[in-house]
Design a protein around this ligand. Structure first.
Ligand SMILES: C[S@@+](CC[C@H](N)C(=O)[O-])C[C@H]1O[C@@H](n2cnc3c(N)ncnc32)[C@H](O)[C@@H]1O
Length: 239
């Protein structure tokens, strides 16, 4: 079931790479072929859809191995929220493990694909068009929150708003698992989503216990990164 209410939107990347080409591996954002000509909320909504205008490199058609390992290890339970779910691979992974799974994203085209995948795979999952920065508006709390490659797209005040939003959606004692790019090697341009462990620890200093920040490999479809991309898998518990 997809609920496609028209939510307020926030732009996770206010400074998209203007160079021509396909997706930018560091920002996970499509490089622009043309100016959208849209502004404000409308423009932000358009950008989320634009991410899926061509198959994006993170959308491998499978869950990220680093998240599948969590499910295999029995670390997912109860009500699971997949924030920024895209086409729903991790929501559907949780559903496949028999869990009550909800995916939220702002990209309607991605959510439509997620709903179709659920039908084809015979899985029950809920997909909702909703802003990750306004999870309190869902009025629900989850035992486990999954975040594959979403957190690292927020900077500055949006990052703080996102972690506050996550706090409202996670039960006390609930777990939050997050995948992001790793700052190895550091990028001198500074305009990437590659994070240091310190950035992660700082962002979650308030209201969370950090259980682990581990190096993992992030799968993608880019031929130049057929061995994957260096990432962190962070495990946290909500106080
Ligand atoms: C790099 S993609 C990862 C998608 C998915 N988690 C996966 O691993 O396949 C980031 C996703 O976050 C979504 N997103 C970014 N900002 C958002 C926001 N404020 N609210 C909801 N979704 C958001 C994007 O639309 C996109 O689908």
């Amino acid at each position: 079931m997809a609920q496609l209410a028209d939510e307020p939107t926030h732009d996770p990347d206010p400074d998209p790479d203007p160079d021509p080409g396909s997706h930018d591996v560091d920002t996970a954002r499509p490089r622009r072929h043309h100016a959208s000509g849209r502004r404000g909320t409308d423009d932000a909504a358009f950008r989320h859809e634009e991410l899926y205008a061509s198959p994006p490199p993170w959308d491998t058609g499978l869950p990220q191995p680093a998240f599948l390992a969590l499910a295999d290890a029995g670390l997912l339970h109860g009500r699971v929220l997949d924030v920024g779910c895209g086409t729903g691979e991790h929501t559907l992974m949780a559903a496949r493990f028999g869990l009550e799974a909800t995916g939220v994203d702002l990209a309607t085209n991605a959510l439509d694909l997620a709903v179709k995948k659920a039908e084809v795979r015979g899985l029950t999952a809920r997909f909702v068009r909703h802003d990750a920065l306004r999870l309190a508006d869902l009025g629900e709390r989850f035992d486990v929150v999954l975040d594959s490659l979403v957190f690292h797209g927020f900077r500055d005040k949006d990052r703080a708003a996102y972690t506050a939003s996550l706090r409202t959606a996670t039960k006390s004692g609930g777990r939050y698992f997050m995948l992001c790019f790793r700052d190895e090697p550091p990028n001198p341009s500074g305009r990437t989503h590659r994070l240091t462990p310190e950035e992660i620890r700082t962002a979650f200093a308030d209201g969370w216990r950090i259980d682990a920040v581990e190096p993992v490999t992030i799968a993608c479809t880019l031929p130049a990164h057929s061995d994957g991309i260096r990432g962190w898998r962070t495990a946290l518990t909500r106080n």
